[in-house]
Design a protein around this ligand. Structure first.
Ligand code: ADP
Ligand code: 5GP
Length: 206
């Protein structure tokens, strides 16, 4: 249905840039547990801008309280690979070693951009690189912790991962933090109100 805009494809790109003349693409990354979801929830509540969260597909199991189609589309590995083969993802990666797949669905993102909305992609550093390479006008924001110890405390406090998964997330976190310099903006999520304010200010300045 859509041309794959991640490939060097002139028609796909010009269509995208036309869409971007109304909507905007905002990429948010940061290690698991840093508070991306928490900050974004507040930004969505408080910002007057037409923000829409891109709901990714994932093969990971829902956490208690997570609802299909709200935080993610929770799908099987088979369904995920079928969508991948069918070119339905703007980007997709196996974010954690030997673990689960996550991917941004093209259809939802493009529909929202065409309607003039500002689409927020909450994706890992690999996905961010891929989307930014294809769409340099995307705005990129990295959310970081005050320290790795704080991150660990938050992951423990959230209590959603078993010991193995938490160790893998912490290992991945130290890798991800090295990419922070590639982003247009960096926000330290120490005090929540301050992080939300900084995020909203970045968007308002656009
Ligand atoms: P992410 O979406 O980046 O994986 P979450 O939004 O789930 O992270 O936050 C991880 C944990 O940290 C949650 O328990 C959340 O309540 C807590 N948290 C988020 N931001 C802050 C903050 N600024 N101060 C203290 N705790 C926070
Ligand atoms: P969680 O399982 O904690 O919700 O997310 C784990 C990691 O996957 C986070 O770093 C998050 O940004 C990333 N992620 C979520 N959705 C996507 C996606 O569609 N694409 C990519 N590349 N990463 C994603």
């Amino acid at each position: 249905m859509w041309n794959n805009p991640v490939e060097p494809d002139t028609a796909g790109r010009s269509r995208f840039f036309k869409m971007q003349s109304t909507g905007r693409l905002i990429i948010v990354s940061g290690p698991s547990g840093v508070g991306k979801g928490t900050v974004l929830k507040r930004v969505f509540e408080e910002s007057p801008l037409p923000l829409r969260l891109s709901v990714s597909a994932t093969t990971r199991k829902p956490r208690t309280g997570e609802i299909d189609g709200v935080q993610y589309w929770f799908i099987s590995r088979e369904e995920f690979q079928a969508k991948r083969k069918n070119d339905e993802f703007l980007e997709c990666f196996e974010v954690f070693d030997g673990g689960d797949w996550y991917g941004t669905l093209k259809r939802h993102v493009f529909e929202q951009l065409e309607q003039g909305n500002w689409v927020v992609l909450e994706i890992d550093v690999q996905g961010a690189r891929k989307v930014r390479a294809a769409f340099p006008d995307a705005i990129t924001i990295f959310i970081e912790p005050k320290s790795v110890d704080v991150l660990k405390e938050r992951l423990i406090g959230r209590g959603t991962e078993d010991e193995n998964k938490m160790q893998e997330r912490l290992r991945r976190a130290t890798e991800e933090l090295r990419f922070a310099g590639e982003y247009d903006h960096r926000i330290v999520n120490d005090e929540l109100d301050q992080a939300v304010r900084e995020f909203c200010e970045i968007l308002e300045r656009l």
